[in-house]
Write a protein that binds this ligand. Structure first.
Ligand SMILES: Cc1cc2nc3c(=O)[nH]c(=O)nc-3n(C[C@H](O)[C@H](O)[C@H](O)COP(=O)(O)OP(=O)(O)OC[C@H]3O[C@@H](n4cnc5c(N)ncnc54)[C@H](O)[C@@H]3O)c2cc1C
Length: 362
């Protein structure tokens, strides 16, 4: 089969790798001049990334052992293993995997529109257009995905967070991520300080509105000066999002497969890319195969909806509950990728968490 993938991000390239390895003709079109540039990501992977059994030496920047959570009046430190990666190197790792398996990656080639069955790709160096009619199209062109839009995938209520991050220098605990919650700091989500090393960190936040205002305030309060600014859209997961229509599949940020609680998109979308490739190869239905991932994404969204209604006093109450050794112990056993066992175990050990269920029904 002739398979076209729009977008040479990690998710498109991972799908391309499986499909090319199986002997299909895979062409990946990337509108930028280089894979992995510009960076629009903090590069945090939970240890659930281990499931992919991929070597990390070429892109691993740091390993985290602790996450500190600050609410307006409280704080707690939770032991959790995370990886911090360089997104340029990470994306190139997946692009090399795809190329080595036989895929072709064409940079400076931008999907522009669809005319009937034809996709129109612009060669931005030569300023020419090419028309292609692949057997299968995979839209992996990120949160604003022109391809998913052209195929009519976007739900009318689709929303995006906007994230801004700075690379800063200073003194940091090298293996501790700090997160700051509260309506004054970052309504609906949290601000982060993620160390690359003891002297360099990625500092940022994401909100639905007024991101720059919250970001500038956070930077000022912590006395950070930015060496480099990165920013981008991050979709809010929508459980009604279809993944397959006509000859097109949509994956990664294009499909909104991002955990609504943390806006981490890499681990769930890599799982999704692998499943989509399997469905194409084995003629299976993606909607059935994706069900376990979708279940997790829905739960993240539910928790996010509750957090969205939190007052600052609620954040303090939550941190107070989590601070108890019996609850911290549960947090140390499960990653945040899979919230169901985490929620069940914490509720069993601390029924006062039920206090927050009032937001489920209001
Ligand atoms: C500030 C910020 C911080 C984040 N931090 C994290 C984090 O710590 N951990 C995490 O898991 N996730 C994080 N995310 C989310 C994460 O970056 C995405 O989930 C991830 O990049 C999705 O990968 P993707 O391959 O689907 O899309 P992308 O990485 O966006 O790749 C899409 C590719 O398609 C290309 N493209 C776009 N339009 C076209 C076109 N018309 N034609 C051809 N090519 C096109 C783009 O240039 C790009 O290379 C963060 C996002 C932001 C904005």
């Amino acid at each position: 089969m002739n398979i076209t993938i729009i977008g040479a991000g990690p998710i498109g390239c991972y799908a391309g790798y499986f499909l090319a390895k199986a002997g299909h003709t895979v062409t990946i079109y990337e509108n930028h001049a280089q894979v992995g540039c510009p960076i629009q990501c903090t590069g945090i992977l939970t240890s659930d990334f281990d499931q992919f059994q991929l070597p990390m030496e070429s892109y691993l920047v740091n390993t985290i052992d602790t996450i500190e959570v600050y609410s307006p009046q409280e704080n707690v430190a939770i032991t959790q293993k995370d990886y911090i990666v360089c997104r340029t190197k990470f994306d190139n790792f997946f692009a090399t995997m795809a190329r080595d398996a036989g895929a072709t990656i064409l940079v400076n080639h931008s999907f522009t529109r669809k005319e009937g069955n034809e996709l129109i790709i612009k060669d931005t160096i030569n300023n020419t257009e090419i028309k292609i009619t692949p057997d299968i199209v995979i839209a992996a062109d990120g949160p604003l995905s022109p391809t998913a839009k052209a195929y009519g995938f976007f739900h009318p209520k689709r929303e995006n967070y906007f994230g801004i991050q700075a690379v800063v220098e200073g003194k940091f605990e090298p293996h501790t991520i700090k997160t700051y919650f509260g309506n004054i700091v970052c309504p609906g989500l949290f601000a982060w300080v993620v160390p690359e090393s003891a002297t360099r960190a990625r500092v940022g936040l994401a909100t639905l509105r007024n991101t720059k205002k919250y970001f500038d305030t956070f930077m000022k309060e912590h006395n950070f000066t930015s060496l480099e600014i990165q920013a981008g859209a991050i979709p809010v997961y929508n459980s009604k999002q279809q993944l397959h229509k006509d000859n097109c599949y949509v994956i990664g940020d294009a499909s909104g497969y991002v955990k609504a609680t943390t806006l981490g998109g890499l681990v769930p979308a890599l799982r999704q890319a692998k499943l989509v490739a399997e469905c194409i190869l084995k003629d299976k239905k993606i909607e059935a195969e994706i069900a376990p991932v979708r279940k997790q994404m829905k739960l993240h969204l539910k928790v996010h909806d509750i957090f969205n209604r939190f007052t600052d006093a609620d954040w303090d109450r939550l941190v107070r509950y989590v601070k108890q050794p019996k609850i911290q112990h549960v947090f140390e056993q499960y990653t945040r990728d899979n919230p169901l066992p985490l929620l069940i175990k914490t509720l069993l050990k601390e029924p006062r968490f039920l206090y927050f269920s009032k937001y489920l029904f209001s």
